[in-house]
Design a protein around this ligand. Sequence first.
Ligand code: APR
Length: 312
Amino acid sequence: MTAKISIIGAGMTGSTSAAWLAEREIADLVLMDVVEGMPQGKALDLLEAMPVLGKDVAVVGSNDYAATKGSDIVVITAGIPRKPGMSREDLLTTNAEIVGKATRESLKYSPEAIFVVLTNPLDTMAYLTMKAGKLPPQRVVGQAGILDSARMRAFVAMELGISVENVACYVLGGHGDEMVPLTRHSNVAGIPLNEILPPDRLAAIVERTRKGGGEIISLLKTGSAYYAPAAAIAQMTEAILKDKHLIVPAAAYMQGEYGLKDMFFGVPVQLGRMGVEKIHEYKLTDDEKAALQKSAASVKDSINVLHQLEKI
Ligand code: APR
């Protein structure tokens, strides 16, 4: 395989991302973690699944960043996940330390890599990655919007008893409870959601989407979601490696788009071999704009905490 993806943090999301990616057979994989033996064990286990799946993918586990040398993409999932009752912001201090180090160490061995960030609080950690690595904005993208939109798509499909493939949903904004499910732009086989769902059912789906991460945490009790976030990582990294020019909701650096500056935020992002090729702007109603501004204010607060901690 000519392409290489390194995943920093071989926990639940990191190792599940590796599994989804191995099935796609698009790159050799490195799992890197601070826990001794764990990434090596998971990598070996995954490698041994390849003959069954019929995929020729090399999978290596390591505690040494040298193993990540020459990566095309670095995925950062290192850090602590939420426990019941915690907000994503509660993770900030601990995860800022971990993500800053992961970025700097990875860049020593892969100076040209594109960074896909998953660690929470997502928008703030993507911002930190760009700053800590002194990276151009197009080389950093945060995973959240695909996940939030996929949750909404799943709920709509369940409600109507139809294929998930027929459901297109777009959730923008910060990856927090203030996220903005854009019901006007979402549809079922081209039919706007508000024409196919009664207002109370649509409102319930929007609310469940916003709280989707928390719903899973309260069930798991010891960690947060990983199958769907990892599937989103696989879709994003494939779009980058294959230069697909794929438009997905994801966190990108704002330079005036949607009236926002100097922050990462969930918007429709076009992904290709150079990373973030373009940010697409929807024409929004005043209500939609207000909802995005409210979400942006939460992300800004989080970035301010980062500044206060002097992590950037
Ligand atoms: N370098 C590398 N790996 C690290 C470091 C570090 N400095 N610090 C911690 N890790 C590893 C842990 O050893 C663990 O294996 O990060 C991994 C995190 O895995 P989990 O605890 O299973 O957490 P996970 O569910 O994967 O979530 C990771 O992604 O979705 C977000 O909110 C979530 O911030 C959390 C992150």
